[in-house]
Design a protein around this ligand. Structure first.
Ligand code: PGA
Ligand code: ZN
Length: 439
């Protein structure tokens, strides 16, 4: 007798991401007819310790084709996992890890393994007749994430027009996920208008944030505060700022080059600058304040600001449980960004979140700058009860598909749904009382 959730067939194909680059989509078919599919994303400002995304090299599509990864899914991986139970995610992912046989998915590619890992979860959820978040988290999975939404894009996502990669907002004063999006829509619109009237709008960056022509990085922060105010919100109370410095992108070995301002800073100079911004602007979260090779300075920054600020490790932690444990021992960061393609399986990503949570770290499930219509990460954020979600801006359908999926889930959860608002940042002391919702 075959089990209903046994994997009957797997098929992968090449599809295209939001930057027009090739990526991997996998479909997992089960014996009972259930099907799950998933598309993997791709980063631009990647950490060097991320799992390897297998690309074909050569001339075609700038060397970025994924035919080898697709062939691995359709060949070796399919043969190895046929007959396995799609609802035993740990065993399935363990098989993928063993089959690859390298520490960083270098042989098969994390894009091959993750496509299968995610598609299997979707198939298993379908077989159980549940939405993915509920399949992953059970009936208790009811915490809607606080969205971190990009208003201005910079760094590697915007031709380095500004050095800082993500100027984002969070809405600690909002009473629901839906309201956080309503508030963000107003701030995003006002920020665009502001840029237009200043003649400083160059279009949108890779993740849909405004691509502005500022003279200094600080000018972007000032503009963001003005946009929050013009939208009718109290900065720091209702709507606050979150930054992804992505410092690995403009610094090596403790030397950081702010190209826009034509100046170089050492680690302590950058720390000083960021601390000054935190004094001057309503910032509640900073990601990758220092480079991935600058752990001691990262720890110094965390000591100086971690009691009042969410300090997030992305390139520094690459969604790795061992690296999070090491960071906790070294006093680096107090929150971890969770990007499944930094590891290549859902199980390893969840292991990282479990390790982080046990150590008192906050978590943020995150998209990549190269995305698609896939909405798996929204379900991970809710199913794993992570509490925060970062998917880029408030424009372009590869971003909006995620926000809209979370809206649908909030509606489905109804009275069972929870949204923590200020509580998310209350832990770090950055926010005190939530402002009354509805400005
Ligand atoms: P990436 O950017 O997907 O290009 O790495 C996102 C981030 O740095 O958080
Ligand atoms: Zn980042």
């Amino acid at each position: 007798m075959t089990d209903a959730v046994e994997i009957r067939a797997i098929h992968a194909r090449r599809v295209w991401d939001s930057r027009g680059r090739p990526t991997v989509e996998a479909e997992v078919h089960l014996h009972d007819g259930a099907v799950g599919s998933a598309i993997v994303p791709a980063g631009a400002s990647k950490g060097t310790r991320e799992a390897l995304e297998l690309r074909d090299g050569g001339e075609r599509f700038g060397g970025l084709d994924v035919q080898r990864a697709v062939a691995h899914v359709n060949g070796e991986i399919a043969r190895a996992v046929l007959g396995m139970a799609a609802d035993d995610q740990a065993a399935l992912d363990e098989r993928l890890i063993e089959l690859d046989g390298t520490p960083n998915k270098e042989r098969l590619g994390a894009n091959a393994t993750l496509a299968v890992s995610m598609a299997a979860a979707h198939a298993a959820a379908a077989s159980h007749g549940l939405p993915l978040y509920e399949y992953l988290g059970g009936p208790l999975a009811s915490l809607l994430p606080m969205p971190q939404i990009q208003i201005f894009g910079g760094g590697a996502h915007a031709g380095r027009r500004v050095d800082i990669q993500d100027f984002m907002i969070v809405c600690p004063g909002a009473g629901s996920f839906a309201q956080a999006l309503e508030w963000t829509a107003e701030v995003y619109r006002h920020a665009g208008q502001l840029m237009r009237t200043r003649g400083a709008l160059l279009g949108v960056a890779d993740e849909g944030g405004w691509w502005p022509a500022f003279d200094t990085n600080e000018e972007a922060l000032e503009a963001l505060v003005v946009a929050i105010e013009r939208a009718g919100f109290v900065p720091g109370e209702q709507v606050a700022i979150a930054l992804d410095i992505a410092a690995s992108d403009f610094g090596r070995a403790g030397r950081y080059t702010l190209g826009l301002e034509r100046r170089e800073l050492d680690s302590d100079g950058l720390i000083e600058l960021l601390l000054r911004w935190c004094e001057k602007f309503p910032i509640v979260s900073i990601e990758d304040p220092l480079g991935e090779d600058d752990g001691q300075a990262f720890a110094r920054f965390t000591r100086a600001a971690g009691h009042k600020l969410q300090v997030v490790g992305d390139d520094f932690l690459v969604s790795s449980a061992p690296l999070v444990r090491q960071a906790a021992a070294d006093g680096v960061a107090n929150a971890v960004l969770l990007k499944p393609n930094q590891r290549g399986t859902l199980t390893e990503t969840l292991q990282c979140w479990n390790a982080a949570r046990a150590l008192g770290y906050a978590g943020i499930v995150s998209a990549r700058s190269g995305e698609s219509e896939d909405t798996t990460i929204v379900h991970l954020a809710i199913g794993w009860q992570v509490g925060q979600l970062k998917v880029g801006s408030f424009a372009r359908s590869e971003r909006m598909s995620k926000w809209n999926e979370a809206l649908r889930i909030e509606e489905r959860l109804g009275a069972r749904g929870r949204f923590t608002g200020a509580g998310i940042f209350g832990r770090s002391g950055a926010r005190r009382e939530p402002a009354p919702p509805g400005s």
